[in-house]
Design a protein around this ligand. Structure first.
Ligand SMILES: Nc1ncnc2c1ncn2[C@@H]1O[C@H](COP(=O)(O)OP(=O)(O)OP(=O)(O)O)[C@@H](O)[C@H]1O
Length: 262
């Protein structure tokens, strides 16, 4: 593994902004994500997680600010960055008319890997992700969980230094989630970095050793799980306090629901 070693930053974000018309999606955030960690970017719906990950991975140009991934500027040196990262984006687009095996072969060759090595890695990834039986099926016929898994295999095939995953467990059943989790744990144990977004706190708490909390386009807290949790009993409670959502009385807003007139 080259580039960022343990102790250095895998991702460094400074003064990052993104507006869509009047809507400020990301409001001048600074982030320093340590290398070799399992990192969770958490926040409520609309917090700006996807917009942030898109800018960090070179998919969306920021209005302002800089992003460095393993020491390379994402917008000045995009090829160097893209060679070192794997991305599982939101609303993953795949080549639907290829089989899972063909998709991996194609992706591996696009990445410049030798054919024999692509085949070797593809066989192992298909096996570990429980997709060996479906490898000759067209991707269009894959279920949601299978799509996430083949997307993950594609993102891992070139052995990236940093892996970015936008809601990797959404729509995934517990068995597939466990499989994905096992692969990610093995990957970070080798010194690589995983950055994933989620709004499922229990998941983040059980997987991550480092967390950044985002709300309304700003970073509300970042640090180790223990630092962000602070005195709160769970990350969920700390999160609700950080995003200012605790104590909202939904019951009185919905007094007609259930027992009232129909
Ligand atoms: N292409 C776009 N055009 C206009 N507004 C956008 C666009 N993309 C995002 N936004 C807005 O920016 C804000 C942040 O959205 P974003 O998708 O980054 O949030 P998120 O934290 O990923 O949310 P979720 O957890 O619901 O996916 C939202 O208010 C959203 O409506």
């Amino acid at each position: 593994m080259t580039g960022a070693g343990a102790g250095s930053a895998a991702v460094r974000v400074q003064g990052l902004w993104k507006r869509f018309g009047q809507q400020v999606a990301v409001a001048g955030i600074d982030l320093e994500l340590p290398a070799g960690k399992f990192i969770g970017l958490v926040g409520p719906n609309g917090a700006g997680k996807t917009t942030t990950l898109s800018m960090v991975t070179g998919l969306l140009r920021p209005d302002q600010g800089t992003v460095e991934v393993v020491g390379h500027d994402v917008w000045r040196d995009p090829v160097a960055v893209k060679a070192r990262i794997g991305v599982l984006p939101e609303g993953l687009r795949l080549f639907e008319r290829l089989s899972g095996r063909e998709l991996l072969s194609y992706s591996g060759r696009l990445r410049g890997l030798p054919g024999a090595e692509v085949d070797r890695r593809a066989t192992q990834l298909l096996d570990v992700l429980d997709l060996a039986g479906a490898q000759h099926k067209l991707v269009v016929d894959y279920s949601t969980g299978m799509r996430k898994k083949i997307g993950l295999a594609t993102a891992l095939l070139h052995n990236p230094e940093v892996l970015f995953l936008d809601e990797p467990f959404e729509g995934v059943d517990p068995v597939s989630a466990q499989t994905i989790r096992g692969v990610l744990e093995r990957y970070t144990a080798s010194g690589a970095t995983v950055v994933f977004s989620s709004h499922v706190m229990e998941l983040v708490e059980s997987l991550c050793d480092w967390v950044a909390v985002m709300a309304a386009g700003r970073i509300r807290a970042q640090g180790t799980l223990a630092e962000v949790r602070g005195e709160a009993p769970t990350l969920q409670r700390a999160f609700l306090e950080l995003v200012g959502a605790q104590g909202r009385d939904t019951a009185s807003d919905l007094d007609w629901l259930g027992g009232g007139p129909r």
